[in-house]
Design a protein. Structure first.
Lengths: 201, 366
């Protein structure tokens, strides 16, 4: 888009910001002006931080999570259980599960899901590496925590077909009613899923 | 459910306008291309959060502006709602009673409307997709989960077709994960269609009798590409496996609810082939009337009716039937027409006369 009248460097900043997910032209302009008006030290810190995510952050060779060293702090933590692996789509999902404090095993980050429409096949994900881990480590259970989307389900089905023959248990996390939620106010779709995935108590 | 008022800003032909509506009968009169339908469209958008048809955002926002706003006050058994909708080129924001709605799927079905559009006349003789879409939209109103499943199904289908399109060296195991999902979701779609067909059929026969004055049995026939049996999901999987080579050659999925055919029959004869124009129109009207009844029956709610210039498509007897139906109906009605002479309704009404971009409103007795 042309932004007539604006100095080229601001126009370029707006253009780059607008490429960020969820940021439209309007928001990008607002952000760019905010950066322009802030003290110089702020721009320096921001630029530095952006640059460092590319130069100082690496992927852990074992679980493929973002890390500052490999193996990462989770993979090198001997206090954590080593008989189960939780498989997630993205690093953010791992963070969310870690925050729940319900899981103390290992993780494996796929970096995406199978999506033929977007040209993403199993070979584009860290699946081969997962299988290698399963062959080398003494894993008893794989918990698949991909999103409840069509692609997340397909990926989970694909993984279970691949892993079960290795004699390892595969489970899928349950989806449903959030804690503290009133059943009356939960939409039918979530509730329907929760009823279908009910468990014996 | 009653729409008390509507404020429009930059929606299609309207720069800014506020309407306060009659609880029963609202008559929108104007020559063609004066913005009658646009008002109906705004009401539709407010209550269902989407336009009549698939339209691009820039087709809805008034030319030369970059966002539109709708504000409506709705009264229902559940209480009083103030709904705000703001749409610009990249975002739709819905606020109900001051609270932003983050997932539109959670509010679909909150307000119920039934539309009568000129194109509905084509339901009986028109394309099979039209009938499928009609049935799916009725079911989605009654069970929002159906709409969610249709979307998931469409997504899984596109993914499967993308696999088919990609490689000729494709093997069955590469497509299995999609087959399984297509079968699981598709099964729910087919089952719901069959359930609701059973519920609508007797209503349709009765209402068709009332429209035509004739005693005919109306049938709704669902011809599925999957063998309907107790174990539908397995049948579905088997069919996909069986069709695999064919699908591979054609680069798309040839069986499933997206291919299933729905047809009507009058006294056992296929209405899409053998019915006269009059019979087809009777049946289309009866279909719409049964949509109203089934909403009342299943949801215990009275929908709002939106009728867009339908009287021009109907002859004397059918017009009489339509107005008999509207007269008996308990809820709120919005109807557009080019001439008040077309309107056979009796009672209090509010008239909105639209001409040269101005609206004049007046309460009358017709
Ligand atoms: Zn690691």
């Amino acid at each position: 888009m042309r932004r007539s009248g604006l100095p080229e460097s601001i126009s370029r900043l707006i253009g780059e910001l607008a490429k960020l997910p969820g940021i439209g032209e309007k928001n990008a302009t607002r952000l760019a002006f905010h950066i322009f008006r802030s003290p110089k030290i702020y721009s320096e810190n921001l630029a530095q931080a952006i640059l460092e995510t590319k130069t100082k952050v690496i992927l852990c060779d074992t679980c493929f999570n973002f890390a500052s060293e490999s193996p990462c702090y989770i993979c090198s933590n001997t206090d954590r259980g080593n008989s189960s692996i939780c498989v997630v789509e993205e690093p953010l999902d791992q963070l969310a599960i870690e925050k729940s404090k319900e899981f103390s095993g290992r993780y494996h980050i796929l970096h995406g899901v199978i999506s033929p429409m977007d040209g993403v096949g199993p070979e584009d994900l860290r699946i081969k590496e997962l299988i290698t881990r399963l062959e080398q480590e003494n894993i008893k259970e794989v918990i698949v925590a991909t999103n409840p989307s069509v692609e997340g389900e397909a990926t989970s089905l694909y993984l279970s077909k691949l892993i079960k023959p290795l004699g390892i248990e595969v489970s899928r996390i349950a989806y449903g009613v959030p804690m503290g939620g009133d059943i009356e106010y939960i939409d039918e779709i979530t509730l329907g899923k929760a009823i279908r995935d009910r468990k014996f108590i | 459910m009653i729409l008390k008022s509507l404020t429009i800003k930059n929606f299609k032909s309207y720069p800014a306008e506020t309407f306060s509506f009659h609880n029963r009968f609202n008559l929108i009169i104007g020559e063609n291309a004066q913005g009658k339908t646009n008002l109906l469209e705004a009401i539709h958008f407010l209550l269902s959060f989407k336009p009549f048809k698939q339209l691009k955002t820039e087709e809805i926002i008034r030319f030369g502006t970059n966002e539109f706003k709708l504000k409506g006050e709705i009264e229902s058994q559940a209480g009083f709602d103030e709904v705000h909708i703001l749409l610009n080129e990249n975002h739709k924001t819905i606020k109900i009673n001051g609270k932003i709605v983050y997932k539109t799927s959670k509010v679909y079905g909150r307000y119920n409307i039934v539309t009568f559009l000129p194109a509905d006349i084509e339901l009986v003789k028109g394309s099979p997709q039209g009938r499928r879409r009609f049935l799916d939209s009725v079911i989605s109103t009654l069970e929002p989960a159906h709409l969610a499943d249709l979307k998931l199904y469409q997504r899984a289908l596109s993914q499967r077709n993308a696999v088919l399109a990609k490689s000729s060296s494709l093997t069955l195991d590469k497509i299995e994960v999609w087959d399984q999902q297509l079968a699981e979701i598709g099964c729910k779609v087919i089952s719901r269609r069959l359930d609701y067909i059973k519920k609508i059929e007797p209503l349709l026969t009765r209402i068709y009798g009332e429209t035509s004055g004739l005693d005919h049995e109306i049938g709704i026939h669902y011809k599925s590409s999957i063998t309907i049996s107790k174990n539908l999901e397995q049948e579905f999987m088997d069919k996909l496996k069986l069709n695999f080579e064919k699908d591979k050659r054609r680069f798309h999925t040839t069986a499933g609810p997206h291919r299933d055919q729905i047809s009507f029959s009058i006294s056992g004869k296929d209405a899409s082939v053998y019915s006269s124009q009059g019979e087809a129109k009777n049946l289309a009207l009866a279909l719409k009337a049964s949509e109203i009844e089934i909403i009342e029956q299943e949801l215990q709610k009275v929908p709002i009716l939106l009728l867009d210039d339908v009287t021009s498509e109907l002859d004397g007897n059918r017009k009489k039937f339509l107005f008999k139906l509207l007269q008996k109906f308990q809820g709120q009605i919005f109807i557009t027409t080019t001439s008040i002479k077309e309107i056979l309704y009796k009672g209090q009404a509010r008239v909105f006369r639209i001409k040269d971009r101005t609206v004049k409103q007046k309460d009358i007795e017709i």
